[in-house]
Write a protein that binds this ligand. Structure first.
Ligand SMILES: [Ca+2]
Length: 231
């Protein structure tokens, strides 16, 4: 992916503190309430954020590289709009529709996709708005997770439940979906979802969880080869 290059922050470690404070105040007055900066970013000018506090990137500091070794190549999403890819790119995407989190590159008899349904009417807390997850497998019906309910082809199922290569169970308040060959998914029934792929799927996915190729810089590349930066 390509991040917009921010100009050198004006106010970092400046030896002229009074001048710095005045400039900061002047620029703050130009910022609109809607021009929120994320991840500790500070609006210093209309449509421009200083992202240096947490080394964030993007015009609104909406992306952060998480390179912590403990993250274990897990894609996670929470609170409707927060995402972190398999390769460790955190970003904020305020989408109010249905999105592919993971879709397998190419089609074969094992093809699958994992989708998240955000609440199109969400104006309240992102942790109380509705959210659901759908899983689709080639030649089979939809498995849907909503709250603590699980449906298969539109009918509720009791857990644990097995559908072909998929085993669904409840553990410690999470709905766990294990695909024999592809992934393990954990859903908290509210807004948080974790997905870990098997090693066979290294570099073989697309969607909001990224391409899972251990390269953080290309995770927001679209199907058309364009780099996408949320604004
Ligand atoms: Ca990548």
């Amino acid at each position: 992916m390509v991040f917009k290059e921010l100009e050198t922050p004006l106010f970092l470690s400046s030896p002229v503190q009074n001048y710095t404070r005045e400039r900061r105040k002047l620029h703050k007055e130009k910022c609109l309430p809607s021009e929120t900066c994320f991840n500790g970013g500070e609006c210093v000018q209309r449509k421009r954020c200083d992202c240096s506090r947490y080394n964030a990137t993007g015009s609104r500091c909406q992306t952060v590289h998480n390179t912590g070794s403990e993250r274990d190549s897990i894609c996670r999403t929470w609170g409707q709009y927060h995402f972190e890819t398999f390769d460790g790119l955190y970003y904020y995407f305020p989408g109010k529709s249905t999105y592919d989190l993971v879709r397998q590159n190419g089609l074969d008899e094992q093809s699958f996709s994992i989708q998240v349904h955000n609440d199109p009417e969400c104006t309240d807390s992102v942790y109380t708005c509705g959210r659901a997850v759908s899983l689709f497998f080639a030649g089979d019906g939809e498995i849907k997770l909503q709250g603590n309910n699980v449906t298969y082809k539109g009918h509720s199922v009791e857990l644990p439940h097995i559908v072909e290569h998929v085993h669904i169970q409840r553990i410690a308040g999470y709905t766990i979906v294990r695909h024999q060959f592809a992934f393990t998914l954990a859903w908290d029934g509210i807004s948080t979802l974790y997905i870990k792929m098997t090693p066979d799927y290294l570099g073989k996915t697309k969607g909001l969880c990224g391409n899972n190729n251990a390269v953080i810089q290309d995770d927001l590349m679209t199907s058309f080869g364009k780099h996408f930066l949320f604004s």
